[in-house]
Design a protein around this ligand. Sequence first.
Ligand code: F6P
Length: 517
Amino acid sequence: MGTKQAWALLASHWRSRQQDTIGALFAADDGRFDKFSLCLNNLLLDFSKTTLNDESVRLLLQLAATVKIEARRDAMFAGGIANDSEGRAALHTALRADGGEISVNGEAVLPEIRQQRLAMLAYAKQCKRAEITATNGDAYTDVVNIGIGGSDLGPAMATAALAPYHDGPRLHFVSNMDGAHLADTLLGLDAKRTLLVVSSKTFTTMETLTNAVAARQWLSAALGEDDARLHIVAVTAEAGRAADFGVSQVFPYWEWVGGRYSLWGAVGLPLALAIGASHFEQFLAGARAMDEHFVAAPAAKNLPLMLGLVGVWHRNICGYPTRAVLPYSQRLNLLPMYLQQLDMESNGKNILQNGQPTPTSTAPVVWGGVGTNAQHAYFQMLHQGTDIVPCEFIAAARCHERNEGQHKLLLANCLAQSAALAFGDNSADKPSHSQFAGNRPSVTVLYEQLTPYTLGGLIALCEHRTFVEGVIWGINSFDQWGVELGKTMAKDLFAAWDDGGEDLSTRGLLRHIRGLS
Ligand code: F6P
């Protein structure tokens, strides 16, 4: 069967059963929860509160088979060219592999990855033992990571998520071109005890280099230029550029690791400094377990595959334009932003791999924030708004604090919200403004506790879901040409500030800025 026919079958299947509500599906099958949820170790993926039924799942799996999802997955893991437009592999999974053989262009990559990992973890250990110190001999108390996009969001998100495991220096993340970000971060830091990590795959990114130069000046003012250099390390695939900038050490990564997939290698250095080498190894092990599951589990039991198919169901078959990520975990407050880059930079494409326009919609708008705060901001719209937003609830059964009572309250909120969305309340005695139609879908990801291992598995699950969706949409999930035009235009505009502006709107805005500044 061809892909076109598989799409058509799904569309007519959905047309024939649009009256099926989530409530009716549960009423008709008391085994629905077990049938539509999957487990890997302690991580549960529950997608029973959707409108999927057995036939929908069968048809979605059929669609996945027509795009040869398994062959594409195996090729990605083996180092095949997954990123056509740049002629590159997408081998982030190799960064967390612990055996086997993977080659890129005929060269085995695992020995070099292992060596790089050992070097990074040794650095983290030496910093912790104060064997690597600031130039005055003191241990580093603060680390400032300067990077943006994939060189910031991953380590910042994971560092915040794993706060209970921190036993190293304090971590800070500076990304924005707005100088206020660096200024506010450096306030109160002591340059004599601060390490700067300049993280940039290309070492050309405007924001990162501008902030790195400003931060180096801050160090130089306190330490002098030579010592300032000793307080700076770089994470980059462009060692020459980093050396020209002036750093004490370079942690390399490879062109075949995309920025938004790079957390597992040297881009994870800030995380390793914060949580230590063995917890970082645990983080990799959790992701590796998800990789092994993704490769080996049968399709219908495969968490990333099924999560991707639920995404396709909501985006393409039901036509929902956005999805909300709602971690009931304060420490996962950066997860929605991290997933915005992962999903929207990977799959926000309107061109197929063969250069033709996509016949289907691709990445939804990904948004969200932590519960319960989000309940008091935009849940009104989720419950009673005119658009349906599939929600992704994420929660831990146990917290790290000795306050299980409060944690139960948090969980009660999480479960209550997904139940209210799904089942609503149409009591006839209530005025229409207090009625809830329900039938609003969600998935729930539940795990025991937010440990390094669990976080690794959770992030790998999300990465592979993005991959599954991208393969089904027929796009290249590993390039990001859509960010280039704006970057070039900003450079041109900056260079010709006084009489710049290619179009009348920009010229008008510039005139106004000049009048104000
Ligand atoms: O602008 C997009 C992007 O290229 C992302 O894909 C990347 O994560 C980010 O910029 C930062 O790039 P670099 O690590 O090269 O500084």
